[in-house]
Design a protein. Structure first.
Length: 400
């Protein structure tokens, strides 16, 4: 009797597990179907289903289809909420104290949360039509009395929501965020103070870093308030001396801040002194690549260091992952990839198949290493310190 009872219990347990798996699978397929239906709905001019979604967006100049410098202060993707035929978009504003004004379609958004410690806030706007480009306005008031720095400016921009990126998420999904203090706009890191920057015309701030590395002057007497005693201090100071990277005008370097694909493309291009190339890369999101990074992106793609994604996008604003970083530096060092190379990290199953060979040879050559607990953490975002450390190792290995 006991044997029969135990058999029944085991059978019931198996049926319960199967039921749970079916429910989980149904939920996943349901979200995928919902996301696909949502894209189709927008394409047909129909209303989205009630629910929550993530949607990528980009910020463009007012009169040019290129990414505005202000994009680095607004976190993508945004959280899209659809309720009773109303659509609201919520996203995180970084450098919240300095970004003093933001409007879309002439309307102020509602501040739904603030994080003073992170210097960020979440704002929400009602958006009627996601398929059109929306006129917007941003105001920056950045004053540092101790170094007599003053950047007070406002200008017109445009919001473009990428409807083909809509992904259904749980109703309680959080608004994506990042480290709030991201520093000065690209091109102002060394303390340049433009008299007037017309973001809607020339994009001069973005273009300020789009020069060949041989025109950059080495920095003498480097001292950053947040680098002293850091594990990557020597690599950071060496990279700054070589003109590969810059610190910020507030005296910091932000070594633990994450780094984007565009930013790393600029750094590795400068480090390897890649020559200027005729335009060869043409990604589906080419216009979203910041102008200050566009030439360097072209160089690294032509050199075979970087590639795009399967949908033909570059995604320059994405944080670069440790797996991507390892593959790129292995290529930069021209390491001999071996088919027989293996990895012994505890999370080896998480390393993408396309990256395993390069990561294995990079580890064997001492170019990259794992993290605590014998883990590689391939999907983790790489930091500025990690990126520069690997670049300096490549230069040492190749004697460039």
């Amino acid at each position: 009797m006991n044997i029969m009872s135990q058999a029944i219990k085991n059978k019931m347990l198996q049926m319960f597990v199967v039921a749970v798996l079916i429910i989980a699978s149904s939920a996943s397929f349901g979200q995928l179907a919902k996301a696909n239906a949502s894209v189709d709905a927008i394409a047909n001019g129909d209303q989205l289903e009630n629910g929550s979604y993530y949607i990528d967006y980009t910020i463009l100049y007012a009169n040019e289809d290129k990414t505005s410098m202000s994009a680095q202060y607004l976190v993508s993707p945004a959280l899209l909420k659809v309720e009773e035929n109303k659509q609201s978009i919520s996203f995180t504003v970084l450098q919240s104290k300095e970004i003093v004004g933001l409007k879309i379609d002439g309307r102020d958004g509602i501040v739904t949360s603030e994080n003073a410690d992170n210097n960020s806030r979440v704002v929400t706007f009602e958006i009627e039509d996601l398929s059109v480009i929306h006129p917007a306005w941003i105001s920056i008031n950045w004053v540092i009395d101790t170094i007599k720095f003053e950047y007070i400016h406002d200008y017109d921009i445009r919001f473009k929501f990428l409807t083909d990126t809509i992904t259904a998420v749980a109703d309680d999904a959080a608004v994506p965020t990042k480290e709030g203090n991201v520093g000065f706009p690209s091109g102002l890191e060394n303390g340049d103070q433009p008299d007037a920057v017309d973001d809607d015309q020339s994009g001069a701030v973005d273009d300020a870093t789009n020069e060949d590395s041989q025109n950059e002057q080495p920095v003498e007497g480097i001292s950053f308030s947040d680098v002293e005693g850091h594990w990557a201090q020597a690599a950071i100071e060496g990279a700054v001396q070589l003109g590969i990277a810059d610190g910020y005008i507030d005296g910091t370097f932000k070594p633990n801040a994450v780094i984007s694909r565009s930013e790393f493309a600029v750094m590795i291009s400068r480090a390897l002194k890649l020559s200027k190339q005729s335009p060869a890369s043409s990604f589906a999101d080419q216009k979203a690549i910041p102008s200050w990074a566009e030439e360097h992106v072209n160089r690294v793609v032509t050199a075979g260091l970087f590639g795009g994604y399967s949908d033909q996008t570059f995604r320059g604003g994405n944080n670069i992952t440790r797996a991507e970083l390892a593959v790129i530096v292995a290529r930069a060092a021209d390491l001999d990839v071996k088919e027989s190379a293996t990895l012994s990290f505890n999370d080896v199953a998480d390393i993408p198949a396309w990256a395993k060979k390069e990561i294995a040879v990079a580890v064997n050559e001492g170019l990259v290493s794992g993290k605590g607990g014998n883990r590689f953490e391939p999907s983790a975002s790489a930091t500025r310190a990690e990126a520069l450390t690997l670049i300096m190792r490549v230069l040492d290995m190749t004697k460039l």
